[in-house]
Design a protein around this ligand. Structure first.
Ligand code: NAP
Length: 282
């Protein structure tokens, strides 16, 4: 079998256009504020891409760039001000934060209604309880891609490789909510290859270049590769050996051009959801 490639760029463009049209139709200009601390070059690129996408969708976007030596109390003050600012619908704190700031303290300081990254414990709890509100952007993008590919999830055997709070755990919760039978695998899992081979739907988020080989994939499986790894030669690769896996899968996402673009589109979707909820839309 040679897999059909799920085009994340095209899916993300459709989603961004749909969100922009929905906001216009509702007469809403959602406000997104991104907070970045320090000058990590990769984080700066991510922030620029997010705010550019927000502006293109017609959202009001603001970036607050703080120096690396910003103290935790000073950052918490900024968050408190944004929480109280009626013009701000969504707050995204770009991670990672400098080591002297406790990430969890910052996440917990966010107004859950403005937490468009879906990381606040209240939003994580709603998701774990099966009543998602604001859902982390990358997992949400994974689910959109599965829907785009028309993958039937009810009753399917799904394996999620990686259990981070940012990706693996929320993906597992969303797949459970879609009635898949979910195995959450990680670095202590015995015989990872055998677990993966049982998957009709395999979502991989580990951050190890091409860890998942072709013979780990069941014939006809759907493979979603969340990983982004830069090889020594500068090439970006996923956590799945793409060419090998595509020989056996029915559907597969590429890296780049798969899950990555969906993350930003999902952020816009979350910001619109937050903006509508704050304005009392159903
Ligand atoms: P993370 O917090 O480092 O978590 C990695 C997970 O993978 C952990 O649960 C870890 O297990 C597991 N793991 C690590 N090595 C393993 C191995 N050899 N075998 C089995 N499991 C292993 O990473 P993350 O934030 O979830 O990100 C994962 C990847 O997705 C990264 O490449 C990241 O760049 C990418 N990513 C992409 C996007 C996007 O927009 N496309 C967004 C976020 C992340 P333990 O829990 O046992 O340690």
């Amino acid at each position: 079998m040679s897999a059909a490639v799920i085009d994340g760029r095209a899916a993300a463009a459709r989603l961004r256009a749909r969100v922009a049209a929905e906001a216009r139709g509702a007469g809403i200009v959602p406000g997104l504020t991104v907070v970045i601390v320090g000058d990590d070059p990769a984080s700066r690129v991510y922030v620029r891409n997010k705010t550019k996408a927000a502006a293109t969708a017609g959202f009001r976007e603001t970036t607050i760039a703080l120096p690396a030596e910003t103290s935790e109390p000073a950052l918490l003050q900024v968050i408190a001000r944004l929480n109280a600012d009626d013009a701000v619908d969504g707050i995204l704190v770009q991670l990672p934060l400098p080591k002297h700031i406790r990430t969890q303290a910052v996440i917990e300081a966010l107004d859950p209604a403005k937490d468009v990254d879906g990381l606040h414990p209240l939003n994580a709890g709603h998701l774990a309880g099966g009543h998602p509100r604001l859902v982390p952007c990358t997992p949400k993008g994974v689910m959109t891609l599965l829907a785009e590919a028309g993958v039937a999830l009810a009753g399917a055997r799904a394996v999620v490789l990686g259990r981070s709070t940012l990706v693996g755990r929320p993906v597992a919760a969303l797949l459970t909510g879609a009635d898949a039978t979910v195995t959450l695998a990680h670095s202590r899992t015995r015989d990872l290859a055998a677990e993966c081979r049982r998957a009709e739907v395999l979502v991989v988020a580990v951050g190890r270049a091409e860890l998942v080989r072709g013979d780990w994939i069941a014939e006809g499986a759907t493979v979603i590769d969340v990983g982004i790894n830069r090889r020594a030669d500068g090439r970006l690769v996923g956590d799945v050996a793409f060419a090998e896996a595509a020989e056996r899968a029915a559907w597969i996402t590429p890296v780049p051009g798969g899950v990555g673009p969906m993350t930003i589109a999902s952020l816009l979707e979350n910001t619109l959801i937050a903006a509508k909820a704050r304005r009392g839309f159903a």
